[in-house]
Design a binder for this molecule. Structure first.
Ligand SMILES: Nc1ncnc2c1ncn2[C@@H]1O[C@H](COP(=O)(O)OP(=O)(O)O)[C@@H](O)[C@H]1O
Ligand SMILES: [Mg+2]
Length: 290
């Protein structure tokens, strides 16, 4: 019986080879992927179309732009600096003003000089094996009280998977003590099922077991309904219309004052969402494609 269930799940689960060959690369050229892989390009596509994203304060292409841009950046109390071509949180600096400079959520102090060095490192591409990059300076998103009531630290996000313009699965990723405030499942964040129709949260999964409540705060989330769910859906569908890719992972954060904002688009979204939702993607995608 168990073997049978495992066989059924195995047939329904989308694996990485099939995802890459049949779903992601099937209809596309390399250029199509820059829309997701380059965060400057993503913003340039979404912002003019009226899709909400964190406010862009500056984009730096060259070290020589730093001096002039710094006059504006130094006025900012809250800001985030990140590389256009970064991934997995590399080189992302989240900063809040203090009396004598800025600090990260973990309490590391940053002086003006340290921030400028960070920007220069991004431009020189020290995170990207020496390939030059651009540094994005943007507004800092503050987690919505709905999520802060579940767990106070870090910034949770919503991942929506879309295929050929249809939303197929969703989850939110809630940081934990193990993930050190990060919303990355590989680092120990909790992936929580979201019902696509209603925005209702289900169980959370952390590679070990399913949880109805947050393992650190003890707050129960299963059964609660996400605020602004209709807006999250509408934004995801608008992104599908704009982006020239069939298969997409859309990451949306819920800001305490601005509501849903698109944080990034992934052309090769991870497959763990199938475990979070206990639902294989393969059949869903095949059904949509036929
Ligand atoms: N504007 C922002 N405000 C607050 N936190 C941010 C912001 N941009 C990025 N972060 C933090 O950095 C993480 C990774 O950012 P993201 O843009 O998704 O880049 P990556 O491609 O490295 O995943 C986010 O999940 C969030 O925790
Ligand atoms: Mg990300």
């Amino acid at each position: 019986m168990l073997q049978k269930l495992a066989d059924v799940f195995h047939r329904q689960v989308l694996g990485m080879n099939r995802r890459n060959a049949d779903v992601i690369y099937r209809n596309h050229t390399r250029k199509d992927f820059t829309v997701a892989d380059d965060k400057v390009v993503t913003k340039q596509l979404l912002e003019p179309a009226g899709i909400p994203v964190p406010q862009t304060y500056a984009i730096l292409h060259e070290i020589r732009e730093l001096q002039e841009a710094w006059e504006r950046i130094r006025q900012l109390a809250d800001l985030v600096i990140k590389p256009a071509n970064g991934r997995a949180g590399q080189k992302i600096l989240v900063l809040k003003r203090t009396d004598d400079g800025w600090e990260t959520p973990g309490g590391t102090h940053y002086s003006a000089g340290a921030i400028q060095r960070h920007i220069a490192d991004i431009i020189y591409g020290t995170h990207a094996s020496g390939a030059w990059d651009r540094a994005i300076v943007e507004s800092r998103v503050v987690a919505h009280p709905f999520f802060r009531a579940i767990y106070e630290d870090g910034l949770p996000d919503v991942r929506v998977i879309a295929y050929e313009g249809t939303l197929v699965q969703a989850m939110c990723r809630i940081p934990t003590a193990a993930s050190d405030g990060k919303a990355n499942l590989h680092q120990g964040a909790l992936g929580v099922r979201i019902d696509l129709e209603t925005g209702r949260l289900g169980q959370g999964y952390n590679y070990e077991q399913y949880h109805p409540a947050h393992p650190d705060s003890g707050v129960r989330f299963a059964g609660r309904t996400m605020p602004a769910w209709d807006a999250v859906r509408a934004i995801s569908l608008d992104v599908c219309d704009l982006v020239p890719l069939d298969y997409l992972g859309i990451d949306i954060v819920l800001d305490e004052t601005q509501g849903p904002l698109v944080m990034e688009i992934n052309a090769r979204p991870g497959l763990e969402i199938q475990n979070v939702n206990r639902q294989g993607l393969r059949e869903q995608l095949t059904a949509l494609h036929s």
